[in-house]
Write a protein that binds this ligand. Structure first.
Ligand SMILES: *[C@@H]1O[C@H](CO)[C@@H](O)[C@H](O)[C@H]1NC(C)=O
Ligand SMILES: *[C@@H]1O[C@H](CO)[C@@H](O)[C@H](O)[C@H]1NC(C)=O
Ligand SMILES: *[C@@H]1O[C@H](CO)[C@@H](O)[C@H](O)[C@H]1NC(C)=O
Length: 594
């Protein structure tokens, strides 16, 4: 009965892609021990960093370089997801012998032969997995009135089964043969080329699971992420060793809060505190940037070299930089953008005139203070304070309230722009705000990173900002930016997570006008996604603002379907708006009606 069977999985993943691994290598392997998963972890906090045993193959080094530059696969991510047939050390010895025998200049066929003899197919470390807590009729379906939307809800619920993945036992026994990072529980993946967990995607997936009554699967995914923080100190961009030099927008605390709000399991919150504090401090300390005398956070990456999963692409983009230092610098800017999840976008371009007009060669992510990262960190501090109060620890609660207050002051002083009437990213090179629309400019509304007493004033300014940027004129949703560059996080693409942040943010603001606009945009998103689904029977990684029912394109890889976060947002909004929206009523054409 599902329209989707079989097709659903066209998955695409979205967003982005993520990046590379830690290249931070330990100077002294003896300082590392193996935990039960055999993942190398650091035993003392002095200086060095962790490394994963398979990193010499998948994260950096001559083998990675030679294979990725040979262009054996259409998508650079394919190679780094292939399993090793022999241990990393033997693989490297054989590789060196092969190189020597070919005078360090092997042909493409010779490299292909080496890869075929030493690597197995990609993705074979994961088995399809049907979540045992999946049920046919989750309660959110009862909240939907329109029969077509209800059937869509049934189809979306079915897709969870297609996106479930469980690691084979061998991954836990022999992690050095794989690029996947071992985690204890099965996961729901985004879909398409994204066959492992991704950090910020998981937030919307987990909320969708909670609305689908799959609390155990949701908790398992949160526990995976916490186990990674315990092992390596933070959560990488995605579940592969080659992503280990960067994280993503830090939504773990918000995932725990979502779970606790649904289950009322306060002990889960209290038991998570140490890990959540650890991740919070990591972002505050290891991502800090200074602006106007305030401490804020920015995106960055700790590795050297191109993104392993987009290696050749990065080498090509950097070809105009002449010195190794300049190339390295450029790679770091690209990887920092990947950490933001918005890879890539004019949002990160600073040209010589200090504007956002340009291309990837002008990417300066590390010199831009991003609104949403700081808004999320504010919320994390508030939530950690709330969890401490559940535990009755007033001292710690006060400590985190104070941290939140400092972040709020910094956001007000550096990111809020009174003239424009909205928050703006800040350019550290030219010491000025970046007055360009990015949907993340509205993210403080979502995390309530403003003085609640100012709600009316902020509502007036933000609605004026919406008007100035004509954001209500797009039939397919609010675009991520209004600048068209061909990059996938620019016009006309619309992404579910940012649509969610904007719509929920306006709702939180609470004035009648803001709530009205929020509902109008929420309905529009549901109807437009439904139209795309009706036509294609697929859920997409990104959509098209200019076309009702249109889906997105552009960027480095083909259109991906599936798609975890898109499904999560729609399931939540079917629960939220399901009694109000009718597809076959007058609004069905999806004009800009509210
Ligand atoms: C964070 O920075 C500290 C101090 O520079 C460093 O010792 C630590 O290894 C970093 N943590 C991670 C996980 O990169
Ligand atoms: C990117 O911008 C640089 C600097 O303006 C320019 O020289 C280069 O031609 C541009 N590249 C492309 C592909 O447009
Ligand atoms: C809400 O939106 C509708 C349709 O756009 C409009 O007619 C109405 O005046 C709005 N109400 C408020 C309070 O803004």
């Amino acid at each position: 009965m599902s329209k989707l069977n079989g097709l659903n999985l066209l998955i695409i993943l979205g967003f982005c892609c993520l990046a590379a691994l830690p290249q931070v290598r330990s100077k002294n392997l003896n300082e590392f021990i193996s935990d039960s998963d055999n993942v190398i972890v650091k035993t003392d906090a002095n200086d060095e960093i962790y490394d994963f045993p398979s990193c010499q193959i998948y994260c950096h080094g001559p083998l990675l370089h030679t294979v990725q530059m040979a262009k054996l696969f259409q998508d650079s991510k394919t190679f780094v997801d292939m399993k090793l047939k022999f241990a990393p050390e033997k693989t490297m010895e054989d590789f060196e012998a092969m190189m020597e025998s070919k005078n360090n200049n092997p042909s493409q066929d010779e490299i292909r032969e080496f890869v075929n003899s030493h690597f197995g197919d990609k993705g074979t470390e994961l088995d399809a997995w049907t979540p045992p807590d999946w049920i046919e009729h989750p309660t959110f379906l009862d909240l939907i009135r329109d029969p077509d939307l209800k059937q869509w809800g049934v189809d979306l619920n079915n897709i969870w089964k297609e996106l479930g993945r469980k690691m084979k036992d061998d991954v836990h026994k022999n992690p050095e043969y794989y690029s996947i990072i071992p985690v204890p529980n099965p996961v729901i993946v985004p879909g398409g080329r994204f066959i492992e967990f991704y950090y910020w995607d998981s937030y919307w997936i987990i909320r969708g699971l909670l609305y689908s009554d799959m609390k155990d699967t949701a908790r398992g995914m949160i526990e995976n992420l916490m186990s990674i923080v315990k092992r390596i100190g933070f959560i990488p961009n995605g579940g592969r060793v080659y992503y280990g030099g960067r994280s993503q927008p830090p939504l773990l605390t918000a995932m725990v809060k979502s779970y606790v709000d649904f289950t009322k399991d306060d002990m889960f919150a209290i038991n998570a505190l140490e890990t959540l504090e650890h991740e919070f401090e990591y972002f505050m300390n290891n991502h800090s940037v200074q602006a106007k005398g305030h401490n804020l956070a920015g995106y960055r990456d700790t590795t050297t070299g191109p993104r392993p999963e987009s290696y050749r692409e990065d080498v090509e983009t950097s070809s105009g930089f002449l010195t190794p230092e300049a190339k390295e610098n450029h790679y770091s800017e690209l990887k920092a953008a990947a950490e933001s999840g918005m890879d890539f976008s004019s949002r990160w371009f600073i040209n010589e005139e200090g504007t956002n007009i340009g291309n990837l060669t002008q990417i300066m992510t590390r010199s831009i203070v991003p609104v949403e990262l700081n808004a999320i960190l504010y919320q994390n501090a508030k939530t950690i304070a709330e969890f401490h109060s559940k535990a009755g620890n007033i001292e710690k609660m006060t400590e985190y309230e104070t941290k939140a207050k400092k972040i709020l002051e910094a956001i007000q002083a550096v990111l809020w722009n009174e003239e424009v009437g909205c928050w703006l990213d800040y350019d550290l090179i030219n010491n000025k705000p970046r007055n360009y629309f990015v949907s993340s400019n509205l993210s403080p509304l979502w995390t309530k990173a403003y003085n609640i007493a100012d709600s009316k004033k902020i509502s007036d300014s933000v609605l004026n900002y919406v008007e100035q940027n004509k954001l209500d004129t797009f039939p397919g949703g609010v675009p991520n930016t209004i600048y068209q560059t061909g990059e996938q996080w620019d016009f006309p693409n619309v992404w579910a997570p940012l649509q969610y942040i904007v719509v929920e943010g306006l709702d939180n603001l609470g004035t009648p006008e803001a709530k009205n606009l929020s509902k109008s945009w929420g309905h529009r998103w549901v109807k437009s996604n439904f139209e795309a689904y009706r036509e294609t029977l697929a859920m997409f990684e990104k959509y098209d603002a200019e076309k009702f029912g249109g889906h997105g394109g552009g960027g480095e890889y083909g259109v991906q379907t599936g798609f975890g976060w898109s499904n999560g947002v729609i399931i939540e909004w079917l629960a939220k708006y399901g009694r109000e929206i009718s597809i076959n009523g007058k609004d069905a054409a999806g004009e800009n009606e509210n």
